[in-house]
Write a protein that binds this ligand. Sequence first.
Ligand code: PLP
Length: 469
Amino acid sequence: MDTSDFLKWSEHVARWARDYHERLPAMPVRSQARPGELLNALPTAPPEHAEAWEDIFSDFDLLIPQGLTHWQHPRFFAYFAANASFPSMIAEQLATSLACNCMLWQTSPAATELEQRMTDWLRQAVGLPSRFTGLIQDSATTATLCAVLTMRERALSWKGNESGLHNAPQLRLYASPENHSSVDKAARLAGIGQENLVKPGTRKDRSLDPESLHACIRQDLDRGFLPVGVVGCIGGTATGACDRLSEILEIAREFNLYSHVDAAWAGSAMICKEFRTIWKGIEHADSVVFNPHKWLGVQFDCSIQFCADPQQQAATVGLRPDYLKTAGLEEITNLNEFTIPLGRRFRALKLWFAMRAHGLAGLRSLIRDHVDWIGELERLFAADPLFDVAFRSELALFGFRLADSFEHAERLTVELAARINDDGHVYLTPTVVDGRTAIRVTAGTFATTRPDVLSVHEIAGRIARELVS
Ligand code: PLP
């Protein structure tokens, strides 16, 4: 491919992308593909000779989009949105064209400095104090793993990495059962072990019970275990649960434990001052993660970790062999030293474009709309005798199920979720809350409109009536 073909096909792709987004509302949200469908349509061996671009692109067009679930669809209400706004897509095209590796300052000075500036813009946008320093991670899972590794090393006086864990006391980590499974994964990968991830009790509002947390730590100390840290939950995945950080982080401080807060989804909403009550006390955390790739329209992957003392994380995950040294600039910030992979994509560009193109005011108004529309939808479900509201969060997430008054409500709720998703008009995620199935609805995609959100009640009502009749 020469540069003129590159231009021709890049323009073609830009037009294709525009058409795709215009066609999205008429397409089913969840992929209709059957297992093995694409696999069987592909040649089993790689091509020996170059193929024509027309053929490559037409195969893409024929096989790929229809085999995907459309995350940018305006009626995608499942999981949490992985939202990509147009400015961020354009930035990604440029980042792909530049194709630089931002592992060291010297390998991409502008990328490093743009990342430093963008993460500080975000720190201000969500109202965190200036003692926090930001860093872009690929995902919240990686940020949480880095934080848990840092907890472990700090508790072991930075000896675990050197000596291994075989002589270490039994390590203990504390987190709410409402936390995302990335916390379980971090406990496993950090060598702490699932059994040593202690999940104290929760209160009625699903926040971690501080008394239970305190008692668990006390008991573990009495047994000679080594508590390493506490992970707070702000906007848990299943129900949007939020810990009361002022209480939880005070306990962490009392026992000199490192703290990390997972606000992967809810953190974006902190750009709206009125929602900040849900993470009151956050300024006392040692580490915080949130995902602009969920709710700020900055496409996957773009997760921000703020650390009160990033050097502790660098002391845990950073290494500087000779070939990664920068002669004469030993003190310069090399961002790879704060993360697990060495190589780093140029992710700050999409933050820069998206924040400038939308402005914080524009982003706030999108988030407020999502919260309002989900609230309106929840009230429709609450007023409908067909349904019970299973839970509501303070942000754009709630869950419903078929009303208990119906015989076999649990089995029919499972069936209802499957049929709604098979229908294709909207896409929702079933989960289990208090031992029973609930169907989650969350709005976060920028293309979503109020009628899109309210259509969930229409579809669910139609299918529920068929099920109970
Ligand atoms: N934490 C919470 C609360 C989440 O909802 C998710 C994913 O949805 C994650 C962590 C993991 O995010 P990531 O895919 O960025 O690792």
